[in-house]
Design a protein around this ligand. Structure first.
Ligand code: NAD
Length: 243
């Protein structure tokens, strides 16, 4: 029997990409749900919930998943750190893959960024630049947030080190800050650059997405994987065996 999925956010850009990818992979879309629909109605027909909707919907999605004991793939971004803490505790009661980016290339970028941040050290100024389409509502992107987390972890810094854009007389750059710049425009699916700049050389790691299909295929790979897992919160590095 092909895996049956519930798509939450089905009328959105990712919702459409998920339906296309599911068809190509031979998976069944048991329920397609969007704002205003009853999330619970189609759930008995589905083995896993795939959510790419709005951060405001995440609590309801997780509460229902826990109540009905259904695995979840969560792709929605835009949660505050506080919101995420509560949601993670809830998500841990069911098998859940939660990733700010489901592309294989970006997950390799995460691994390369960790390695580069470790090797290069604080003499190399770290800055993250992301660009997305004009319709994106949250900033910085979930992927940029994860890249920043990795750099902060490797450099043993806290979120207080982050500089969201710069304006005015901000003074010379310190070695303990990490810059983040969000560009918006046109139909850009998702570009991320991690830059390490020292006196005399600069390294840039860049990933450019040109088709949302990469996220959809990754999310469906996660859906097939998560149905066989024990309760707990996993990420795409777990799904791909990159840990
Ligand atoms: P979109 O605006 O095109 O679509 C979102 C859809 O969700 C809309 O149809 C909207 O009506 C629906 N929605 C809003 N509130 C809802 C609710 N309470 N219940 C059910 N549906 C609701 O956005 P998109 O580009 O498809 O992105 C959706 C989310 O996925 C965003 O948070 C985006 O950042 C994230 N995203 C994640 C990845 C990843 O790899 N993790 C990749 C792309 C996008």
């Amino acid at each position: 029997m092909p895996l049956s999925i519930l798509i939450n956010g089905s009328k959105g850009r990712m919702g459409h990409a998920l339906a296309d990818a599911a068809k190509k992979l031979g998976l069944t879309v048991g329920a397609a749900v969007d704002a205003g629909d009853d999330l619970a109605a189609g759930l008995p027909r589905c083995e896993v919930i795939v959510d790419f909707s709005s951060h405001q919907a995440t609590r309801a999605v997780l509460e229902l998943a826990v109540a009905r004991n259904k695995p979840v793939v969560l792709g929605t971004t835009g949660h505050s750190a506080e919101e995420k803490k509560h949601l993670l505790a809830l998500a841990a009661s069911v098998p859940c893959v939660w990733a700010g980016n489901f592309s294989v290339g970006v997950n390799l970028l995460f691994a390369l960024t960790r390695r580069a941040a470790g090797v290069l050290g604080s003499d190399y100024d770290a800055e993250v630049i992301e660009m997305h389409h004009r319709f994106k509502k949250d900033a910085p992107s979930g992927t940029a947030a994860r890249l920043l987390e990795i750099i902060l972890e490797e450099r043993q810094l806290t979120a207080a080190a982050l500089r969201h854009g710069r304006e005015g007389i901000v003074g010379e750059r310190t070695s303990t800050e990490v810059g983040i710049h969000a560009l918006r425009g046109g139909d850009v699916v998702g570009d991320h650059t991690v830059m390490f700049a020292a006196l005399g050389e600069r390294i840039e790691l860049t990933h450019k997405a040109s088709d949302r299909g990469i996220f959809a295929r990754g999310a469906l790979r996660a859906a097939q994987w998560v149905v066989a897992q024990k309760p707990g919160v996993y990420d795409m590095q777990d799904v791909l065996g990159l840990k």
